[in-house]
Design a protein around this ligand. Structure first.
Ligand code: ACO
Length: 444
């Protein structure tokens, strides 16, 4: 077969001319169209591979697979580009705020002033939790990891919003999205308060999204608390940097759970669970633990040797990325935010920052990291900022979850509007035993 035409593929997606990949296998030949996105790499549409050639693709970790079509976030890992709905991350971090970026991710365009105000009002209105949700917290040990509390309470929240299962209803999907973005900061801050044994602080409508979060985290009934505008702005920027990152592990988890038609709150709880791991959102917590373990600059060379030793399983946390192979644009903004926060807090000398800077410099000069294109990622500096703000290490990944919720719900919503939507059901490369017969069991 030599026609640039593929069976069963919608004609509007079918590439013409040379934009095909021909696969010859087992005496058969089949042509697969190459689809062009609006930017970036092209993709081979292999949906008919099994049908035409009785083959599946094998791609552990899915690093070479586009699992869906999306219009939300674009990354060029070689050039260090990150765009939300076409806007460069640096512009958004500098000129926007988290609520506006959330609107952009969720609805596709920056809001008008009126749309923005309505959106912020909706977030404020829904930040309050059902009073009975307070009881959830009492079921947890005081020393429970706040990610386990967040995961559990977000999933539990689905019981209060049974209409969320009506996913075929667009208005219901939108309500779920707003509820999640609005309520997760309250749950996150309460998880922290619970660990301290302090009273929960209720959300307030006169604060911005991030001011409100800081107030719920740090206000106490015994003394006045004033949100520091510089710190609030810095945290807001960190939230923007973490808001979405196309089909990463947690977002793919949310899409996968969502593809079954599960309740959106349960899907986001699944995303929170996936984010928790140290290879993903747990990296910021792991970076701080790593820096503390290194302790002093003199120990950096031996630590780097350990990282390079393939038998040690030690990784340089906050370094490396599946997609960025040049630099992570978020890491650069994070580093300058780190200096800004420390300056505001009057921290002249932060040993962990000095250690991190030295570690980064040495790693970037080392052939091991250069050859593998390993650069600092968004999490390398975020932990130092959080620590300076007085946020405990166990809360770092929780803050990431607060910020990423809008990305998750935007991707979850987009999946429902996709005419190609199907349940996620990958196949496998089976290498287990071939079919065999049982002998009579010994207990018979
Ligand atoms: N330290 C040391 N070596 C590393 C590191 C690291 N941080 N990251 C990758 N490598 C090495 C691997 O050992 C491998 O070497 P090899 O070719 O000799 O076997 C090579 O670089 C390629 O690594 P992979 O594991 O194939 O890269 P992958 O894309 O699967 O992993 C990941 C990406 C998980 C982010 C990885 O770089 C890592 O574990 N980094 C540390 C954890 C971290 O910072 N995670 C946060 C990511 S950003 C985010 O989720 C917000």
């Amino acid at each position: 077969m030599s026609q640039a035409k593929s069976e069963n593929i919608p004609p509007q997606n079918t590439a013409q001319g040379e934009n095909v990949v021909t696969v010859n296998y087992n005496g058969k030949s089949s042509v697969f169209p190459v689809l062009k996105g609006s930017m970036g790499d092209h993709v081979v549409d292999i949906r008919n591979l099994k049908k035409n050639l009785d083959l599946f693709t094998f791609d552990p970790g899915l690093g070479g697979t586009a699992s869906c079509e999306s219009k939300i976030t674009y990354i060029d890992g070689d050039k260090g580009v990150l765009l939300y709905r076409g806007y460069p991350i640096a512009q958004l971090a500098e000129q926007s705020n988290f609520a506006e970026v959330s609107y952009l991710l969720l609805y596709g365009n920056l809001p008008t002033r009126q749309e923005y105000e309505v959106f912020v009002d909706r977030l404020n209105e829904h930040a309050l939790l059902h009073e009975q949700i307070r009881n959830f917290f009492n079921g947890f040990r005081r020393d429970a990891h706040p990610m386990s509390i967040l995961c559990g309470t977000v999933a539990g929240l689905s019981a209060f919003y049974p209409e969320g299962t009506d996913i075929s209803n667009e208005a219901s999907r939108d309500r779920s999205a707003i509820n999640l973005i609005a309520k997760i900061p309250t749950l996150a801050a309460w998880a922290y308060k619970y660990s301290l044994g302090e009273p929960f602080v209720y959300p307030r409508s006169d604060y911005s999204y991030t001011e409100n979060f800081l107030n719920m985290m740090f206000a106490r009934p015994t003394e006045p608390y004033k949100v520091n505008p510089i710190l609030s702005r810095a945290l807001d920027r960190i939230f923007i940097l973490h808001a979405d990152h196309e089909q990463n592990a947690s977002t793919s988890t949310v899409r996968l759970a969502g593809s079954t038609g599960a309740h959106p709150f349960a899907c986001i709880a699944a995303g929170i669970a996936a984010l928790w791991g140290p290879a993903h959102g747990g990296a910021n917590e792991a970076v701080l633990k790593m820096l503390n373990a290194i302790g002093r600059k003199e120990n950096i060379p031996s630590f780097i040797e350990k990282v390079k030793d393939k038998n040690s399983e030690v990784r340089l946390m906050g370094f490396g990325h599946r997609v960025y192979k040049n630099f992570d644009p978020r890491a650069q903004i994070m580093q300058s935010t780190c200096y800004e926060v420390l300056r505001e807090l009057g921290v002249k000398k932060e040993p962990l920052l000095e250690l991190a800077v030295e570690l980064e410099e040495r790693a970037l000069k080392d052939d091991y990291f250069v050859e593998r294109k390993l650069y600092p990622n968004v999490d390398f500096y975020s932990g130092i900022i959080f620590k300076a703000m007085g946020i405990p290490t166990s809360m770092f990944t929780v803050l990431f979850a607060v910020a990423r919720t809008v990305g998750w719900v935007s991707q979850w919503k987009e999946a429902f509007d996709d005419p190609l939507r199907r349940i996620y059901r990958p196949r496998q490369h089976y290498t287990g035993p071939v079919e065999r017969n049982m002998k009579t069991s010994y207990w018979l």
